[in-house]
Design a protein around this ligand. Structure first.
Ligand code: DAH
Length: 345
């Protein structure tokens, strides 16, 4: 036995590098296993002369301890670097918070309106956002070049065509599709996104959402319309709510009306939300013009109907007293988190 044998193994241990737990285990076997180099030295030591035992005994023991310590150290460091056992984890650490999203206020209001009308027996109908002139204007009694078309500034997708494609300016287009494809009696509610070429401000946006309603059957009267709107307003704004109707004009309804609800903030006394009037405008409505029924193949002598349309952002503004339409589209988390209805997962 030579002193150099011990020093050589010590040097090897110092230079030893391992990338995985398997490397560490291989190294342990190489040095300390049954046939390992250190074990072999211990066997040699047995045959060493008595007077030399002192010289080698102690360094040999130290070598074994150093080897064990080095192997332990490597085992730890490989674990830290994500070896076979994965990263070291402190299981007592608090967990990462799991952030829940929340529904957008416009989506909350849409769902509420849909749920109310579902209770009244209405189905939900949908139509395309890129529509043709026929469904947005023509079939709704807007003749070509009629000034009523200027009520809604339109984004055209293809012009110079007898039936150009455009971004729908209102969801009334879906009532045309419903009348074309469904059998009377028809009771539908049509939520959707609409587009108008308007300058963006606190009160106007080029993209917003509407819900359209349509009921066609035999003997539908203005009294039915009034009752439907009153029931809706009381479900939406509270049981004390009153409505009032003001005569208005829409090409697709005759007679037409605009509906106000009593201000649910000041209860009619007058405040800055209702601008001192005690009333808030919420929707347009009327009896479906016979021309509109006929344009979609419904016999206007046999059937009549009513329709209404409302802006979702406007309803949401009244419900939560939001004073600027732009908040709905800016995705500022501080605004969106105000509505706090967590999405169920
Ligand atoms: N389409 C109208 C608009 O966008 C809203 C409307 C008014 C819809 C009266 C109707 C209605 O169905 O009868 O301004």
């Amino acid at each position: 036995m030579k002193r150099e044998d011990i020093d050589k193994i010590l040097a090897e241990l110092q230079q030893l590098e391992c990338k995985s737990q398997k490397d560490v285990e291989d190294a342990r076997v190489r040095f300390l296993g049954k046939k390992g180099s250190i074990t072999a030295l211990f066997e040699e030591f047995r045959d060493v002369d008595k007077d030399q035992k002192r010289e080698f005994g102690r360094p040999l023991n130290e070598l074994k301890q150093a080897a064990q310590a080095r192997i332990d150290e490597l085992k730890e460091s490989v674990a830290d670097e994500g070896g076979q056992d994965g990263p070291k984890q402190d299981l007592s650490m608090p967990g990462d918070p799991f952030e829940l999203g929340s529904r957008h206020p416009v989506s909350i209001v849409r769902q509420e309106i849909v749920d109310i009308f579902r209770k009244f027996g209405y189905d939900v109908a949908e139509g395309p956002e890129v529509e043709d002139d026929h469904h947005v204007f023509e079939a709704l009694n807007f003749p070509p070049n009629h000034p009523a078309r200027d009520m809604q500034d339109t984004f055209f997708v293809s012009a110079g065509h007898p039936n150009p494609l455009l971004l729908r300016t209102h969801t009334s287009s879906v009532q045309v599709r419903a009348m074309e494809s469904m059998k009377v009696p028809i009771r539908v509610i049509c939520p959707g996104r609409v587009f108008r070429n308007e300058a963006i401000s606190a009160r106007a946006h080029c993209i917003f959402h509407q819900v359209e309603g349509l009921y066609v059957d035999e003997n539908v009267t203005f009294a039915d319309l009034k009752q439907a709107i009153l029931l809706f307003a009381r479900e939406m704004f509270g049981p004390e709510t009153e409505i009032r109707m003001r005569p208005s004009y829409f090409p697709f309804t005759e007679p037409s009306a605009e509906v106000d609800v009593s201000c649910n903030i000041c209860h009619g006394k007058g405040c800055n939300i209702c601008k001192g009037t005690g009333w808030l405008e919420i929707l347009g409505c009327g009896m479906v013009d016979p021309n509109v029924l006929e344009a979609s193949g419904i016999d206007s002598k046999k059937y009549s109907g009513f329709a209404f349309g409302m802006g979702l952002e406007r309803i949401a503004m009244l419900k939560w007293r939001v004073n600027d339409l732009r908040h709905y589209f800016e995705n500022d988390m501080r605004f969106l988190e105000e509505f706090g209805t967590a999405i169920e997962i």
